[in-house]
Design a protein around this ligand. Sequence first.
Ligand SMILES: NC(=O)c1ccc[n+]([C@@H]2O[C@H](COP(=O)([O-])OP(=O)(O)OC[C@H]3O[C@@H](n4cnc5c(N)ncnc54)[C@H](OP(=O)(O)O)[C@@H]3O)[C@@H](O)[C@H]2O)c1
Length: 346
Amino acid sequence: MKIRVAVVGGTGYTGFELVTLLLHHPKVELTEITSQSYAGQPISMVFPALQETCSLVCAQMDLTRLVDRADCLFVALPHKTAMEVVAPLVRAGKRVVDLSADFRFRSPEIYEKWYQEHTAKDFLAEAVYGLPELHGDKIRTANLVGNPGCYPTGVILAAAPLLAGGVVDPDSLIADCKSGVSGAGRAPTLTTHFCEANEGFTAYKVGEHRHTPEIEQELSTIAKRQIKVVFTPHLVPMSRGILTTLYANLSRTVSEDEVRGLYQEAYERAVFVRVLQQGHLPSTLYVRGTNFCDIGWRIERRTGRIIVISAIDNLTRGAAGQAICNMNLMFGFDEAEGLRLRAWQP
Ligand SMILES: NC(=O)c1ccc[n+]([C@@H]2O[C@H](COP(=O)([O-])OP(=O)(O)OC[C@H]3O[C@@H](n4cnc5c(N)ncnc54)[C@H](OP(=O)(O)O)[C@@H]3O)[C@@H](O)[C@H]2O)c1
């Protein structure tokens, strides 16, 4: 039997990725796609890539209609707008995966410090942070999943085994991340304009990016104390992908085998984390269009540091693919259902 699924905000980049993946999911019937700007237009007009693949027409968002037409809803709206939609859907007994930041935080104070007033605070306690490798058991029974941010996904998966294994100084983490331009969404802005983004490479929001508290929330839980992370995002002239370079001071001498053991143990049952063989390092190319997070590292004895590299596709593992993985867990499907994707490497 199939479940009925709706994508709220289906005309953005994550919306398109959701629609494309859900159309090929054997346990899903895609029943509704909403849009404000394109209501009444076939989704295949918005995204010509969907011609002869999807006949749905974008609908104006109507909560009563959504409740009526779907068992599970993906909300792919900007933060703030998302919380206004998610709360009534959960209240109506629906299962929701929200791709915005609105339900990722356990502390309303932290959310309000970095974002704005939260008008659905009551739901934060029941929302589960949707990183399957860390919270798989809770996700299975959740009605509301706050799907992780793209940068946090790559950083947390790279750092978690080292913190859990106690081999690095938790106060020494520096995450240097580079993202493709689709991370900023589909609406054009000056910084995402072709001439501004192409053939350039720039850091942005240094010391103030909103993904910082999200990374710190999850890594502090693993470290069992409050930690702070230096996180510097960069925009690189490619469409999709995030490469994270994580630096940490080793707290003691570790062998290559010990580090490998930590990663292998942490991700032994993780379908979508690939711990690379010694000598190999991740590339955004190897994960493009897939739900994989590839992880590799080098121990730098000269400086007493470990340098961990992770690669994800921001729209798949960093958004839609992870969201579908969460839906799979919530509905008792195989975690990889609809997500057995191959990288787009030529
Ligand atoms: N891009 C990424 O790599 C990425 C990764 C992880 C998480 N996210 C998060 O996922 C969410 C969607 O991101 P995106 O990149 O897909 O953004 P996007 O390309 O800008 O799309 C946003 C969607 O929301 C709709 N929308 C915008 N303002 C609205 C409003 N006031 N009321 C109702 N609908 C509105 C837009 O469509 P209409 O104009 O047609 O209504 C569109 O469907 C965001 O919260 C983002 O932070 C994005």
